[in-house]
Design a protein around this ligand. Structure first.
Ligand code: HEC
Ligand code: HEC
Length: 162
């Protein structure tokens, strides 16, 4: 038998990394939303703003949004049909109401509702009700949709109170 032994140090580092990830995810399930890992989605949906975690909206929202990209909050974010289909598949498969997901951010949403804004979800509004008005109008924030201004690890999926 000739099984290559993995150096102990590498194994320990790997275990430490896993422990850190689990620790953070468990520290607050409300705070962790798996970030976009699909290259095409990152590229096409992460150029103007954070590529929002797919679990932050229900599947119906993503389908609706992907069907009207030519008029995307006043911007033209359209892509070719194949690209749109691939991105839609990814977003829908990882949506907040996809089997086995159950995103806490969708709480309070009525079945069939397809909001286009995360920032208008009842639960999002509730989570931010104590944020002072002046924080939203800060120059480095500018918009409620600018998550990264306040949640510095948003691109990694962490939305704790920074
Ligand atoms: C050309 C620039 C551009 C591209 C590309 C783009 N967006 Fe947007 N998106 C915007 C703008 C502008 C807004 C409104 C931001 C605001 O209100 O501050 C927005 C808002 C959003 C919101 C709502 C944020 C909120 O308020 O909760 C979602 C969700 C979203 N985009 C998803 C996507 C997805 C998915 C893609 C890829 C298919 C994409 N965007 C590509 C410009 C873009
Ligand atoms: C002006 C700063 C600011 C912006 C912009 C902002 N947030 Fe927050 N967010 C906060 C603060 C502060 C809290 C903690 C509020 C509290 O605990 O009362 C919070 C809480 C949250 C929580 C709950 C975390 C927990 O501990 O349960 C989530 C999820 C969240 N934000 C997501 C987002 C998303 C997604 C965006 C962008 C679409 C966003 N936030 C934009 C400041 C901001």
């Amino acid at each position: 038998m000739n099984i290559p032994l993995r150096p102990l140090a590498v194994t320990l580092v790997a275990l430490a990394a896993v422990a850190t990830l689990l620790g953070r995810a468990q520290a607050g399930d409300d705070e962790y939303f798996p970030p976009v890992t699909d290259k095409l989605t990152l590229q096409e949906c992460g150029s103007c703003h954070l590529a929002f975690p797919p679990s932050m909206l229900p599947a119906a929202s993503w389908k609706r949004m992907m069907g009207e990209l030519h008029d995307h909050f006043g911007d033209d974010a359209s892509v070719d049909a194949d690209t749109a289909a691939a991105i839609t598949r990814y977003l829908v498969r990882n949506a907040g109401d996809a089997p086995g997901h159950g995103s806490k951010l969708l709480r309070g949403l009525k079945p069939g509702e397809a909001p286009l804004r995360i920032t208008e979800l009842p639960k999002w509004v509730r989570e931010h009700r104590e944020v002072p008005k002046a924080d939203w109008t800060r120059k480095d924030v500018g918009s409620k949709a600018n998550c990264t201004a306040c949640h510095i690890d948003a691109a990694k999926g962490y939305f704790e109170d920074d």
